[in-house]
Design a protein around this ligand. Structure first.
Ligand SMILES: C[S@@+](CC[C@H](N)C(=O)[O-])C[C@H]1O[C@@H](n2cnc3c(N)ncnc32)[C@H](O)[C@@H]1O
Length: 250
């Protein structure tokens, strides 16, 4: 199945970023009027960055994840975890894409990371999209997931792990993903930063078929230097220790 943005309201990721681009565009226009007209070019560049970012967060993210899900071969997952689900963009997309899949969204609902972020907003979106019966949203830290080992046969994370700023904690998130994943579970992470670290951590922790791929202009989040990148992998066939010291990447 292929679809666009599902019904609902999914907010803006890190809303301060496009606000900064717009403020810089406005400042450049003022300076262009006061000092030199050549600064209109600078204003245009900042405006283009803001528009690119808004496109990525409001539309490109959904197009990109639809492509990722369309590329999944074999049986659909029976139980999928969406790590840092926010208002449920990818959780809802997955539930609509795979009509038999049970989805769990995990988040701490930080409004700095997504505008209007709350469990109520996520539940409202699931309901508007008609998938509320197959999604459960849980409050918890992705670095200490409230799930037993071997709970999920697919895991997604969309622009979420990068919000964990501490390197060791990000390593722990990857380790936690592998702990709660069933052997062979699909893993798909899209982020702007730190994707080389995720790739290295997954490899060190024994994941199979680890690949990293830059996504297209629809997911540039403002500039080509802030492009969304997909890290995909399969969980190892044997169980993984939750101890992040087990790996030493990066
Ligand atoms: C930019 S939003 C992306 C949300 C969603 N995945 C999407 O694509 O729309 C990042 C999300 O990560 C969540 N987050 C940040 N740190 C977290 C943590 N340690 N544990 C769980 N969620 C976290 C934030 O609350 C936020 O909802």
């Amino acid at each position: 199945m292929r679809e666009g943005r599902p019904p609902g309201s999914y907010g803006i990721d890190a809303p301060y970023v496009p606000a900064i681009f717009l403020a810089l565009a406005a400042l450049s226009i003022v300076l262009a009027l006061l000092i030199t007209a050549s600064l209109f070019v600078t204003a245009g560049v900042f405006l283009a960055c803001a528009l690119s970012y808004l496109y990525a967060t409001l539309r490109g993210k959904f197009v990109g994840w639809n492509r990722i899900l369309n590329g999944w071969r074999g049986d659909p997952p029976s139980r999928l975890l969406d790590v840092g689900c926010g208002r449920g963009a990818v959780s809802v997309l997955v539930a609509r894409h795979f009509p038999e899949t049970e989805v769990v969204g995990l988040d701490l609902w930080r409004s700095r990371d997504q505008s209007g972020n709350s469990v109520e907003a996520a539940e409202r979106n699931a309901s508007e999209a008609g998938v509320e019966g197959r999604i459960a949203f849980e409050t918890g830290d992705m670095a200490e997931m409230p799930f037993p080992d071997d709970s999920f046969d697919a895991i997604t994370a969309s622009i979420s792990i990068q919000n964990v700023k501490d390197r060791e904690l990000r390593r722990r998130v990857i380790s936690e993903m592998l702990r709660v994943a069933r052997p062979g579970a699909r893993i798909a992470i899209v982020d702007i930063q730190y994707t080389a670290q995720y790739e290295a951590d997954l490899e060190v922790l024994g994941a199979d078929a680890v690949e990293r791929k830059r996504l297209g202009p629809g997911l540039w989040f403002g500039t080509p230097f802030t492009a969304g990148t997909l890290v995909s992998a399969a969980a190892p066939a044997s169980p993984v220790s939750a101890d992040p010291a087990a790996g030493s990447a990066g």
